[in-house]
Ligand binder design. Structure first.
Ligand code: PHE
Length: 474
């Protein structure tokens, strides 16, 4: 099969522009948008969070995203789909081979840790969403005397449901990855992405027309107000760090997976416009859709104080409202299926990253590689799934620890390592690489001022303060 990438031979490419953009949007739009963003924003001051969020998006998110696309396409030209060799190729333009090897290996090792560790919990959360879609269809938590908090604790402590839905998730990822870029990943994106937007629009209308089951004062509009009123006085370091971290997470930056997807571009494919289109689709899904669905729905039940509850927002607060609202079973199911699709289309990027690593660097045939990754995910995910079952709590100490380390810290560190290779070691070639084939060209002043100075500085500051924060907390 000539379509499938082989070592030293022709790598597979995306089949169409729209397929590429949907796949990239699917990569970025994940649980980060619908599950992580609302509770991060709510916990960190709502409107006060949105200020650093947008600043980080413009000066760090967009430039780094474009740089990652270019880095990936460049690596793909030489038959590589993963970070280590990509960083090596760019670094050696400036430094000795020895240093370039070391630097590439560092980047590659960081990326491998991210894709393995992040997935060990992320795929469980995807599994819960599928499980909860099932719970909602069957109406299991609908009776009024069910406490949804206790119900969630019961769910995650039930080995049967946790393991079955998690394994279904892993099998789906495995099968799709086995089929390759065009027949697997691209086809999935073309079905799942439109579904996500349609489901989200339906839910958005429903969310805005809700009444509060608890307190008539708690209207959906007041929930929106909480998120959209800038409160400068509440702006603090921890909100700023959380906001910048969320930009990393939601755009899939510092993970290596944008580069992996970009490695299947053709050499003259547009980068700038496509990357901006992807980022816009992501922000629309996150800020407009997720923000207008989750925050108002949760607000009608919890009010401002309760909004700060965190991780359980989607699984504990929302079910309370689903069972009160007209058509709750239908809307609740749509919500959890939406989460499921969003999760799968992101997680598949990491599954493909590892498969491509085996394929490009070790010549392992794709089907075989995908089987290996499946096994690896089962092993690394098991402790996360077993934790609540064995400890009989739903504190998720291990999951939370992983999310703190990997979900914020590692990404920023890898982001810094790779951007230095792409804009400093690679020098002016970095700009040429971005602009080749691009419909919108990045001007030189922007490259020098923003991409080579402001963005790396932004990331470095973020890293320093995250470290301080970490040391303080630890
Ligand atoms: N951008 C993705 C999200 O928002 C990040 C991610 C990708 C996480 C792949 C896990 C796996 O969810």
């Amino acid at each position: 099969n000539t379509e499938v990438a082989v070592v030293g031979g022709k790598r597979e490419h995306w089949g169409s522009r729209i397929g590429l953009i949907l796949a990239m949007a699917g990569n970025a739009i994940g649980l980060g948008n619908f599950w992580r963003f609302p509770y991060q924003a709510a916990k960190n001051g709502g409107g006060a969070f949105m200020i650093p969020y947008f600043v980080a998006f413009l000066f760090m998110g967009i430039p780094l995203l474009i740089i990652e696309w270019a880095q990936g396409r460049y690596g793909g030209r030489y038959g590589h789909g993963t970070i280590g060799p990509m960083v090596y190729l760019q670094t050696k333009e400036k430094t000795g081979i020895k240093f370039a090897r070391f630097y590439g290996a560092l980047a590659g090792a960081l990326a491998l840790s991210v894709v393995v560790l992040l997935n060990s919990y992320y795929n469980h959360v995807i599994g819960w969403t599928l499980g909860y879609a099932w719970e909602t269809v069957t109406g299991n938590y609908m009776p009024k005397d069910v406490d949804t908090g206790a119900y969630f604790v019961g769910y995650v402590q039930d080995p049967a449901r946790v393991m079955v839905f998690w394994l279904i998730t892993l099998v789906i990822l495995w099968i799709i990855t086995s089929r390759g870029i065009q027949k697997g990943l691209e086809r999935l994106a073309k079905v799942a992405m439109p579904a996500i937007y349609v489901f989200a629009l339906v839910l958005l209308v429903r969310a805005l027309t809700l009444g509060s089951p608890v307190n008539p004062e708690w209207t959906p509009i007041k929930g929106l107000d909480y998120m959209w009123s800038p409160r400068w006085n509440e702006l603090n370091w921890s909100a700023t760090l959380a906001a910048a971290g969320q930009i990393f997470f939601t755009l899939s930056l510092g993970m290596g997976i944008i580069q992996n997807y970009a490695s299947y571009l053709r050499d003259k494919d547009d980068i700038v416009t496509s990357a901006v289109a992807t980022a816009s689709l992501n922000e629309f899904a996150e800020v407009i859709l997720a923000g207008t669905i989750v925050i108002p729905i949760a607000f009608t039940f919890l009010g401002t104080e309760g909004l700060k509850s965190g991780v359980g927002l989607s699984f504990i607060a929302l079910p309370n409202v689903f069972r009160e609202m007209v058509g709750g079973r239908l809307f609740g199911t749509l919500w959890f299926l939406l989460l499921f699709f969003a999760g799968i289309t992101s997680s598949i990027a990491m599954f493909n990253y590892l498969t491509a690593f085996l394929e490009d660097e070790f010549g392992v045939e794709r089907k075989k590689g995908a089987r290996f990754v499946f096994g690896l995910y089962v092993i690394t995910g098991l402790p996360v799934g077993l934790e609540p079952i064995l400890t009989k709590t739903a504190e998720f100490a291990y999951l939370t620890e992983l999310d703190n380390w990997v979900g914020t810290y590692f990404l920023v560190l890898l982001g810094l390592v790779e951007i230095i290779a792409a804009v400093w070691f690679f020098g002016d070639k970095g700009l040429e690489e971005i602009n080749r084939g691009s419909y919108w060209k990045i001007p030189r002043w922007f490259y020098n001022l923003v991409m080579r100075a402001i963005t790396p500085l932004f990331i470095a500051i973020l890293l320093v303060f995250s470290t301080l924060d970490f040391v303080k907390a630890g």
